[in-house]
Design a protein around this ligand. Structure first.
Ligand code: ATR
Length: 295
């Protein structure tokens, strides 16, 4: 059931730059419709950090129920919050704001979103080996998910090893019993991986392979793909990336980034509305996203 906009309609929104191609308004408005809530979600293109501060406080004064925050403001927004969830603190980034009468509360739903995507696909991360490709902003939440999920060990594979080491150091203190190794693309990472298992779970967090670079592969060697049982790509355009094709060609399962996007959005929606969204509703919306958004 959906509602016409009226005087009681609750506003939610996205703050970021750019936002014109965001999938979040589609996803969040479908969730509101599925739950029969009188709310609407809009995307707001925020020019700079000064405008971000105005938007955050303006939204607060107007009683906006919640915001998602995306690139490039996930860190900057932390300055304006009354309380920050411990997971968001660890990751150092907030993507969800919830209005409370004492101020904004901040959360990171990228991390629980990825864990739920894994559970949804029947991928058990506990006790397994995870190879994280990339060490940028997206890798941060993915590493936290792997560690929270109880992975046996993590290998961070990145073009710039120093960045991988920085990321590992950020989490090493919090998870002292889980080894985190860092390697570059020219290192013998396949030899390292073979030493432990040939059923690694890969989390691909770089932009390599994103449209229009559809043939781009974040890792070139075939040996690497033979060692994967599952590959998650953060990219969803194209629907099937070169990374996913290569993983499947060697017998692994592969998924695109729509699931992570879906479940981070669902987690935000659950926080704003104090509800639980079933896998059934999630599955319906995923189908809609695949049909409507992915070319
Ligand atoms: P974000 O912060 O949004 O995740 P980013 O800062 O552009 O995005 O970087 C994402 C990751 O993609 C980084 O790990 C980056 O590698 P470097 O640390 O070496 O810069 C990786 N990346 C981006 N383009 C790449 C390319 N052409 N080849 C290999 N890695 C690449």
């Amino acid at each position: 059931m959906s509602f016409e906009i009226n005087a009681r309609t609750i506003l939610l929104g996205l703050l970021g730059h750019p936002v014109a191609h965001s999938v979040s308004p589609y996803l969040q408005n479908k969730l509101a419709e599925a739950c029969g809530l009188n709310q609407r979600y809009m995307a707001f293109d925020i020019a700079d950090e000064e405008a971000l501060e105005d938007a955050v406080w303006g939204g607060y004064a107007m009683g906006v129920k919640g915001f998602n925050v995306t690139v490039p403001y996930k860190k900057a927004v932390m300055e304006y919050l009354d309380e920050i969830d411990p997971i968001a603190q660890k990751i150092g980034a907030v993507n969800t704001l919830k209005w409370t009468d004492s101020g904004w509360h901040g959360y990171n739903t990228d991390m629980p979103g990825l864990l739920r995507a894994l559970a949804y696909d029947g991928v058990e991360i506990k006790g397994k080996n995870v190879v994280l490709i990339g060490a940028g902003g997206a890798a941060n939440a993915a590493l936290c998910a792997a560690l929270e999920g109880g992975t046996a060990r993590v290998l961070i594979l990145n073009r710039t090893v120093a960045k991988a080491e920085e990321l590992a150091a950020q989490f090493a203190k919090e998870y002292p019993f889980i080894p985190i190794a860092c390697m570059g693309m020219r290192d013998d990472f396949c030899g390292f991986m073979e030493g432990f298992s040939n059923e690694w779970i890969a989390l691909q967090t770089t932009s390599v392979g994103m449209h229009p670079d559809v043939n781009g592969l974040p890792v070139a060697s075939d040996e690497f793909y033979k060692l994967l049982s599952v590959g998650y790509d953060i990219i969803f355009n194209p629907k099937e990336t070169a990374f996913m094709k290569r993983t499947k060609a060697h017998g692994g399962r592969a998924f695109n980034g729509l699931r992570m996007l879906l479940f981070q959005g669902i987690r935000s929606y659950e926080i704003w509305n104090d509800v639980s969204i079933s896998d059934e509703i999630a599955g319906e919306i995923l189908k809609g996203m695949e049909a409507a958004i992915v070319k």
